[in-house]
Design a protein around this ligand. Structure first.
Ligand code: FDP
Length: 338
């Protein structure tokens, strides 16, 4: 009789199998992905306790984006840093919660990768038991190995990402990642403490069922954006009406649309003229996942993956998901491009 284990593929085994397709690989990237999976397990266990333990609420700090940092954000940020900076595999990390890149302490050696991450995305949802996520992006450094990492190592175009992914802390916990060899999803089994392959080779429908946007910003949008959202609702005919779904946690909204088909929009508006979401921690990693799954991501003017970043905490407009729906957005709002 076959053991049930013969059908179970852990994230470790899957990463290793993918590494074997690259005889030149040193194993550093594989180990770095395990490091992130480990951090995700630790963050997950704290999130699952959050309703029980008295760790919710504001830590009283304001992050570089001017938002209140809650305790779980701070915990997730510290966990990611510890998991990544003490291994010799990265030279520095950039976090949405830290103003500047954080270098590896000299005693751990300056490795060849840079990791940029949003430790806990959707933080407004933490206190109300709604899905949140961690997003990460991995680049090879540009500066010579063995020297300290630089800001330029972080400011790389999205197409040069060697890996990107997210962890969704939802009704179950999932890690989804791509090393530009398709998109693969793993569901966490808390009984054995492992991420197990549950969604191999994710592909997203070409036309989506859903549109996801915060419509309370409608008055602050340009007329072109207002017309686009009306089109998604099917108001002006010639386009099948979509269902509206908006959680307000980017990872959760993105994940649902990736699997079921849909478009997520966070346009520029009068309050956030460059958009709200962060290019390096949110838009670029999800754009890589989306393109690898057959979808598309744009800032309304160009593919997100082609944007040359100028600042660590740069913001961008975002239209992401099913390709036909994002192309429609580009056609309708490109008149706003400089
Ligand atoms: P949050 O501010 O709660 O951290 O990037 C931040 C983000 O959430 C995304 O996860 C989410 O999609 C978006 O902002 C929600 O913004 P609105 O409240 O303006 O809709």
């Amino acid at each position: 009789m076959k053991s049930p284990l013969s059908r179970v593929i852990t994230i470790e085994r899957f990463i290793l199998d993918q590494q074997e397709l690259h005889p030149e690989a040193t194993g550093d990237l594989s180990n770095l992905l395990y490091d992130i999976a480990l951090a995700a397990k630790i963050i997950n266990s704290h999130i699952r306790m959050a309703g029980l333990a008295d760790i919710l609420g504001s830590a009283g700090l304001i992050n570089v984006q001017g938002e209140v940092v809650q305790k779980l954000d701070a915990f997730a940020n510290a966990t990611m840093k510890h998991a990544l900076l003490h291994t010799g595999r990265v030279c520095l990390v950039g976090s949405e919660e830290d103003e500047h890149p954080v270098p590896t302490p000299p005693e751990y050696g300056s490795g060849k990768y840079v990791v940029l991450y949003d430790p806990l995305d959707g933080s407004a949802n933490i206190d109300v038991n709604v899905s949140i996520g961690t997003i990460f992006s991995v680049h090879k450094r540009l500066s010579p190995e063995g020297t300290p990492g630089t800001l330029a190592d972080c400011l790389q175009n999205g197409r040069t990402q060697v890996a990107a992914g997210y962890v969704l802390y939802g009704s179950s916990t999932m890690m989804v990642y791509s090393t530009a060899q398709g998109v693969h999803g793993f569901t966490y089994d808390p009984n054995i403490g492992e991420f197990l392959l549950s969604h191999p080779n994710i592909t997203t429908p070409r036309v989506g069922r859903y549109y996801s946007v915060n419509e309370s910003h409608f008055p602050g949008w340009a007329p072109e954006v207002q017309a686009l959202v009306k089109k998604y609702k099917g108001f002006d005919g010639g386009y099948e009406a979509k269902n509206s779904r908006y959680i307000g946690s980017l990872v959760a909204d993105f994940h649902r649309n990736l699997i079921a088909g849909g478009v997520f929009c966070y346009p520029a508006d009068s309050k956030s003229p460059r958009g709200k979401l962060r290019l390096l921690y949110e838009c670029a990693p999800l754009a890589l996942i989306c393109e690898q799954a057959g979808g598309y991501a744009s800032d309304g003017c160009r593919p997100v993956l082609d944007i040359e970043p100028e600042q660590l905490h740069q913001r961008s407009a975002l239209y992401i998901g099913s390709e036909d729906d994002v192309r429609l957005a580009e056609r309708m709002v490109s008149g706003l491009c400089e």
